[in-house]
Design a protein around this ligand. Sequence first.
Ligand code: MG
Length: 388
Amino acid sequence: MKIVELRECTVPLQGDIANSLVNFSAHTVSLVGVITDVVRNGRPVSGVAFNSIGRFAQAGLLQERFFPRLKAAAVDSLLYRDGSGFDPDKVVASVMANEKPGGHGDRAAAVGGLELAIWDLNAKLAREPACQFIARQFNNQPIQDTVPVYAAGGYYHPDKGLGGLANELRQYQDLGYQDFKIKIGGASLTEDIKRIEAAIAIAGSGAQVAVDANGRFDLETARSYARELGQYELKWLEEPGDPLDFALNREIIEHYSGVIATGENLFSCADVHNLIRYGGMRAGLDIFQMDPGLSYGITELARMIKIMEANGYSRKSAYPHGGHMINLHVVLGLGLAGCEAYPGVFQPFGGYASGCLDGQGRVRAGDAPGFGLETKPELKTWIDRLLA
Ligand code: MG
């Protein structure tokens, strides 16, 4: 068994929406295909994945550095010992040859997209959903049927007032979501408080509404928000300050009785270790959001979870960033807390295939082999193009 071709297709994200810092209308995602010489039903078995949402495609890094290294690797050096598939750990080791430690950045997303495609491939070779395959590799069986999911939205949009926000959240409720996340920091504190109160009025309680500042605040602003938000007992307050400013995170936690969530911008085990060492994260309360598509893939994420557990944090404190099919399988397979969803935005990648939502705030994986990306029609169009 060998890899015969590696492909990347840069896909634009649909949607003219913004958080406090970033407008997503120019964002792109790398769809990665790993094509093997194994033929079933007249077609090669291929792994497909992408490097999550909210950053950019990594065509250059993949085409210039990581694909050539993987193609040059001896096939026996990449396989599981029983030859049943490609060992993601060995694949990452081979593509990371000649890379210095540290400075993770976009490289972590490029490798993440490729590593995830290897998991999709392995699960397809084993003819099972990726969550089952992942669970077996990490001795995490049996897996849950469903996990909690919240609808992430509440973006800033020109001409979208409080009524527009309320309508958006009601639409999510109609789809079966009960918990929400909205953006803060793109308006004044007074205006954001009105938005939060509007969201709570629809959700029913503060515990069903998370807010995300996307790392925008300096210490003083973060303190002002934390002071005002404490009374609402929110689901969580996400990334109040720069994600690598662990001292700021600790300071906010010391003045905030509610839940803090962070981690989507930590791309390596070393980053997670530093958050734990210096960020003040409280076991049993605060939430970790590392995303395998942004951080070298599932192998690195599983190591991050081990670091959490070795330091007294539960894997049930991990709620990965990135509301899409891949991370649904990762959450089920690794036994993490729950999923994000981007219903209606960040297409074709955001949200889930029909049938995944149970109508009561939980989500399940389908029976399709791999991550089941082909069961999402708007994504299948791009996958067909990638593999044609
Ligand atoms: Mg976020």
